[in-house]
Design a protein around this ligand. Structure first.
Ligand code: PGA
Length: 222
């Protein structure tokens, strides 16, 4: 029996009010199934998410979607690890949308992981395939094939599992999760795989009912 890791990535969605409503609706759906649950709102919704989770006594942890590669100081627009550590325990680093659209390189990603570690945050390090360079201190590795992200065309669970096997042979202490078009209908086929410890849904985390169905299915199957 393993407790699945489920990390919802809201991407650039939800105002503060919408974030609050999401947690209220989620709470109204019933007992939270036994998973390690992390929600990653935008920076602006982190504070209200933290207070709402506490008010509602929900078993949900928070993650950020980005972190500055710098310690702090004269870096206009950047949010440092120290600032994030007041609000979250996790941070997504290396998502393909950031690498493609915002030109984040391996060097930048390594610096981001260093800043996360310095601030006591757990990096969720995303990779497009098993050939990616993975910083040594990354402890949660999210395999997200680019063609599967937001396309409705998930990888096959068997192939994702084979990538997990390779990653875990190199990094046995890491958790390995899969992301890319995960839905309530296909989540069981992923979390049942030997080398997959959880999932990282994007689109399917935006609606509380769909997300609740997703985690309920995952918890029942593991
Ligand atoms: P998706 O996104 O579930 O909408 O495919 C996953 C991700 O980009 O992390």
């Amino acid at each position: 029996m393993k407790k699945p890791i489920i990390i919802g990535n809201w991407k650039s969605n939800k105002t503060q009010e919408e974030a609050k409503e999401w947690f209220q609706k989620f709470k109204s759906l019933g007992t939270t199934p036994d998973c390690l649950l992390v929600i990653c709102p935008s920076f602006t919704a982190l504070s209200v998410s933290k207070s709402t989770i506490a008010e509602l006594n929900l078993a949900i942890k928070l993650g950020a979607q980005n972190i500055s590669p710098f310690e702090g100081g004269a870096y206009t627009g950047e949010v440092s690890g120290t600032m994030l550590a007041e609000l979250v325990e996790f941070v997504i680093i290396g998502h393909s949308e950031r690498c493609t659209l915002f030109h984040e390189t391996d060097d930048i990603l390594t610096k981001k992981v260093e800043q996360a570690n310095k601030s006591g945050l757990n990096p969720i390090f995303c990779i497009p395939d098993e050939r990616a360079i993975i910083p040594n201190t990354a402890k949660i590795i999210a395999y997200e094939p680019i063609s599967a992200i937001g396309s409705g065309q998930a990888d096959t669970p068997e192939h994702a599992n084979s990538v997990g096997k390779i990653i875990k042979s190199m990094k046995p202490d890491c958790a390995f999760i899969y992301g890319g078009s995960v839905k309530p209908e296909n989540i069981v086929s992923f979390v049942k795989q030997e080398f997959i410890d959880g999932v990282l849904p994007g689109g399917a985390s935006l609606d509380p009912q769909i997300f609740y169905d997703l985690i309920t299915n995952a918890a029942a199957a593991t």
